[in-house]
Design a protein around this ligand. Structure first.
Ligand SMILES: NC(=O)c1ccc[n+]([C@@H]2O[C@H](COP(=O)([O-])OP(=O)(O)OC[C@H]3O[C@@H](n4cnc5c(N)ncnc54)[C@H](O)[C@@H]3O)[C@@H](O)[C@H]2O)c1
Length: 277
């Protein structure tokens, strides 16, 4: 019997939690730049009854994205997409953050949007970081949403003189993810499919632990201590949101970003996390 295919990028903890929640009974194609990461997660999941094929892929490269899609199509129609690949501000330089998190995500949403099955659903992972930057202008938002993918990295707002540091690059990339999801969801809708975005706050994963131990470690620890929830989140809590967005209960949700941050953003604007002027 042919199975529905679920493409997953990034063999990290968020991807795995989501794939375990909604991927049972599907053929899961799991791509990661580090093949060993994909193989490790595939083994964990295959050992408990999932059907995962690990693949080496680079989210920052269109050919590699097309190869991931082609691999999936060998098994059947692609009905689900989970984009959990990414690099954080402490892991990569500005150029890599923009190439992977901003450009790569935009290309992936575009290419999967050309072939997604009717009734299909996708979710990409942005970040609360995209919510704490001051608002961009309406024109900048529209440029991030609709500029053709191959021209995105040439936008003046993304040039080195306009990007302060890796955190700023990450915030711009994640803001762009939200805008791309809005614009792409219109095209996905023409195929009868939905596309949404999850913006997590601090979720305990190896990526977050790199941040706790990085130059902004104290900043992050203070953030979860002073947010309304008073703790970081877990990957399984992110999977709860993905389950809603990807499943029948989320049938009226598309083009949307759901913030799941224990209230850190609320506190940043209106509570104890508000920066001193
Ligand atoms: N963990 C958090 O607190 C948190 C918070 C907000 C947003 N996020 C976002 O969630 C996503 C996943 O984070 P995670 O915590 O699961 O991280 P993780 O480090 O556990 O997993 C990320 C995976 O992406 C892979 N990857 C990196 N660059 C790639 C590329 N070019 N092509 C393919 N794969 C690549 C890495 O090898 C790694 O296996 C990222 O986009 C991150 O920005 C995480």
């Amino acid at each position: 019997m042919k199975k529905d295919v679920m493409l997953v990028t990034g063999a990290g903890q968020l991807s795995m939690a989501i794939a375990r929640r909604i991927g049972f009974g599907k053929k899961i194609i799991l791509g990661d730049k580090k093949k060993e990461n994909a193989e490790t997660i595939a083994k964990i999941m295959n050992d408990v009854g999932f059907d995962v094929v690990p693949v080496e892929m680079d989210l920052s490269n269109r050919e590699s994205i097309l190869a991931l899609i082609a691999e999936g199509q060998k098994y059947g129609e692609i009905r689900m997409l989970v984009n959990g690949a990414g690099v954080s501000p402490s892991q990569a330089p500005i150029e890599a953050i923009l190439k992977v998190d901003l450009y790569g995500t935009a290309v992936l949403l575009e290419e999967v949007g050309k072939i997604i099955a009717e009734g299909g659903a996708g979710v990409t992972i942005s970040s609360q970081s995209g919510w704490r930057m001051p608002a961009l202008t309406a024109e900048q938002d529209e440029l991030l949403a609709t500029t053709p993918t191959e021209e995105l990295l040439s936008l003046p707002m993304l040039q080195p003189e306009n990007i302060r540091d890796t955190l700023h690059a990450y915030q711009m990339a994640k803001r762009c993810n939200e805008k791309r999801v809005m614009a792409e969801s219109v095209k996905w809708g023409e195929r009868g499919a939905r596309l949404n975005d999850i913006a997590p706050g601090i979720i305990v994963t190896p990526l977050a632990i790199d941040e706790f131990n990085g130059p902004r470690g104290d900043f992050y620890k203070n953030m979860f201590a002073k947010c309304p929830a008073g703790r970081p989140g877990t990957a399984d809590e992110v999977a709860n949101v993905a389950e809603l967005l990807m499943g029948p209960s989320g049938a009226f949700i598309t083009g949307s970003t759901i913030l799941i941050d224990g209230g850190a953003t609320a506190s940043y604007f209106y509570g104890p996390l508000k920066p001193e002027q």
